[in-house]
Design a protein around this ligand. Structure first.
Ligand code: SF4
Ligand code: SF4
Length: 467
């Protein structure tokens, strides 16, 4: 009998008689007594799992913690991968296109991952026409390949930068063309924006007959905390303009994805952010979430606020513990170990294994203002991340695309033996391509922290189901 290498055992500090066994491939988890864990660990050590009590074996089998041999597990992984590849969650169905209007920005954020790329002019109107033609071509091919006549999944068009919503003539012209394209191609569009000029843009969207479906806006805290981290290029604050922009967008019925980038400098400010959200009445059509500041492009060596994901996660969980309403309000993004456990506990469903780390791995195409194509937003503008060009002609480079596809979880040579592979999915592929090695986050620590955070809930559920 083979004990899955993806099982981890987490001891619950506040409940010394209990542990959790969690399989990090298929995500089944169960609460067990530490007597059981003792028997199991002895059996693993002596390679005598088959000799355990029938009741113990039944428990291990019922949760697929054991297989008849390793091949059986490998076959299950392969079957799951093939099913995902053929499903609407796989690269075959992925139709996400992004246009970067300019690398220029009207803010100067302390941790900006594009701080080395703020040069250059907005995309020209002629170049935008070439980008839209390439998107049309790509999407026609995707539709034909994947959907036949049953096209239910809508393509997504994201406009980003630098800052795409700068209220200047060049951007207004480009956006008129993009909105017209989205109308004529029945494609929704959305933005990743800093929100500084957003209020001015609402009448512009309305006059052009189609508003964006959603806008991702970043607010890193309240008042001076945000202004210190995300000042205007003139060195003035940006907070009050962004708040007004969000109010205006909500009045126009536009969904706001409200991102809070956290690091050592502001991680303690979530209570004040929650207060702001309540005071402004941002209860509907606002999806607040917290994400760690990262430096995948290696441009933030001088930035002192950088903090490890695990320290940030611990601090956030401490805040959640002090104020449980925060957990309900904020989703956590890119704290993968925590999210994995949270999904399991809160929805009671299994978290699916991750075969593709991010949109870049699913085949996203990003058209930059210089005529080049990338698959990763953070790497855009850096030659090592380029996968094609569209000016003067549209061409994708197969050998460069392959660099990325070779980093799928099941193909990555760096991560072949890792028990966290289906949670972490090989780490950030851009980091691997840029540096030649993966950036391993100590996920065991994060998964352990998460189970201990949810221990009361798990034990309560267990007690009520056994009553
Ligand atoms: S490769 Fe993926 S995870 Fe890494 S920076 Fe790009 S989008 Fe993010
Ligand atoms: S990057 Fe590290 S932790 Fe992530 S899957 Fe690869 S080896 Fe495992």
């Amino acid at each position: 009998m083979y004990y899955s290498k993806y099982n981890i055992i987490v001891h619950l500090k506040n409940y010394p008689s209990y542990s959790i066994i969690h399989n990090l491939f298929h995500s089944q988890a169960t609460l067990v007594s530490n007597d059981f864990i003792k028997r199991l660990q002895e059996a693993i050590q002596r390679d005598t799992i088959s000799d355990m009590d029938p009741g113990d074996i039944e428990l291990l089998k019922s949760r697929s913690f054991v297989y008849s041999d390793q091949d059986e597990e490998k076959q299950e992984i392969q079957r799951t991968y093939e099913a995902f590849s053929a499903s609407s969650g796989g690269p075959k169905y992925f139709r996400h296109y992004e246009i970067l209007l300019s690398y220029g920005c009207n803010l100067r954020c302390s941790y900006c991952f594009q701080k080395d790329r703020h040069d250059g002019l907005p995309m020209s109107r002629q170049r935008l026409a070439l980008a839209l033609k390439a998107i049309e071509e790509l999407d026609e091919k995707a539709t034909k390949n994947a959907f036949g006549d049953n096209d239910n999944a809508r393509p997504a068009l994201t406009i980003a930068g630098g800052e795409p919503l700068q209220y200047i003539p060049a951007h207004l012209e480009l956006l008129e063309d993009i909105i017209e394209f989205s109308r004529s191609h029945d494609m929704n569009y959305d933005f990743t924006s800093n929100g500084y000029d957003l209020a001015k843009f609402i009448p512009f969207f309305q006059a052009n007959g189609k508003c964006p479906t959603s806008i991702q806006i970043t607010l890193d805290g309240v008042g001076t905390t945000h202004d210190r981290r995300r000042p205007h290029v003139s060195n003035g604050g940006s907070f009050s303009y962004i708040v007004d922009g969000i109010d205006a967008a909500l009045k126009a019925d536009i969904l706001i994805s409200l991102r809070v980038n956290v690091d050592r400098d502001n991680v303690d400010g979530l209570d004040l952010m929650a207060q702001l959200i309540e005071e402004r009445g941002w209860t509907e059509k606002v999806l607040p979430y917290v994400a760690p500041v990262t430096d995948h492009s290696g441009v933030n060596g001088e930035y002192e606020g950088m903090e490890s994901e695990n320290v940030l996660c611990r601090k956030i969980l401490e805040r959640f513990q002090g104020n449980p309403a925060l957990r309900k309000l904020f989703a956590l993004r890119n704290f993968r170990g925590f999210e994995y456990v949270r999904a399991c506990v809160e929805t009671g469903k299994k978290s699916p294994p991750t075969f593709w780390r991010c949109e870049a791995m699913l085949g996203q195409k990003i058209f930059d203002p210089k005529g080049d194509i990338y698959s990763c937003f953070e790497g855009s503008g850096i030659s090592k991340a380029q996968v094609g060009k569209y000016d003067p002609e549209f061409v994708l480079y197969p050998e460069l695309l392959e660099q990325w596809s070779n980093l799928e979880t099941l193909k990555s040579l760096h991560c072949a033996d890792c028990r966290f592979a289906f949670v972490c999915a090989g780490g950030c592929p851009w980091h691997v391509i840029r540096t030649g090695k993966p950036e391993c986050v100590p996920l065991k620590h994060q998964v352990t922290m998460a189970w201990n955070y949810f221990a009361d809930l798990v034990l309560n559920n267990e007690n009520s189901s056994s009553r």
